[in-house]
Design a protein around this ligand. Sequence first.
Ligand code: 5AD
Ligand code: FES
Length: 359
Amino acid sequence: MSTKEILEKQHLEKEDIKHLLSTTGREMEMLLHKALEVKLNRLDNYVHLRGLIEFSNICRKSCLYCGVRSKNSKVERYTLTEEEVIECARLAHQLGYGSVAIQSGERNDPAFVEQITRLVRRIKEIDHGSLGITLSLGEQSDETYRQWFEAGAHRYLLRIEASNEELYYKIHPHDEQHDFHRRLACIDSLLNIGYQTGTGVMVGLPFQTLDNLADDLLFFRHKDVAMVGMGPYIPHPDTPLYQYADQIPSVKERMELTLKMIAILRLMMPEINMVAATANQTIDPLGREKAIAAGANVIMPNLTPNQYREDYLIYPDKACVSDKPEECYTCLDIRMKAIGHQILYNAWGDSVAFTKKKK
Ligand code: 5AD
Ligand code: FES
């Protein structure tokens, strides 16, 4: 079957996905163009913002790709005060972002769990609950997820990172703390509780094949998630996975592969929310614009106070580390207009797929 014929299909099978993932040049352009068309038809040209608050880089895990892994002793560890978090949330509200996302290294001691509950409640008090809240705080117990949901969080991001068990253990230590099945169970728990649940993977990892990537997309569809985040893998020199940095696709290839993943998923799941990850902009100055033009519809501008950002370098050279929130605000508005999109301010920007399913 030709690319053109595959792009007309209603339901993509694994072979179709693999075909699309291997397109280049004009055929790849056809795919990206089709995905944009589908997005504009179903979701219009809106881009939703989530003000990102990187709460703490203290983490109990040691993922082999991640710069803030607990075993990286070069990182200075920090945790924002509650007041700092609330300030960020107020700023998000003032800027009209509509939603905040709290992200952190993984901790699950009772003090942390309580602190997050308190923060969620306090953010909900700002202007009578006008801010949407996304959490991205790793693997937690069912009870903890419930407690945070009841406090007012309504979206949760937990990337599966790799939906293939074998690949998962090539990029994570194989021990009790990094358990593939537990991660799957967490995603199921979030879906069950009623969160708008997001997951995702890194693209261009060492050992990752097109077959793996096709399976990742099928996994998202099978789980019927509301949101997906996918970004290029960026080798961090202070991590064990860095030793394979010469075995991964080039920057250009990783960017293109990420765009193809986004575009194909937009065809498979036309109404989900998909983020144009900051990692895209790190490897390509126009990376986020390209992701939006390939079917993504969410951006997460960073609101973390600038003095902490250098310590939250999950990967090197993260974009916008020295930009002030107001600068990102103006910059994003201009950047989105330049590609024919508009930011929808003062709205939660929920996943349309999720909202329809709930009804
Ligand atoms: N390159 C790209 N993305 C990374 N992440 C972690 N480390 C890296 C890296 N080196 C992603 C993971 C995680 C998210 C917060 O950042 O997918 O879920
Ligand atoms: Fe931060 Fe452009 S989004 S400076």
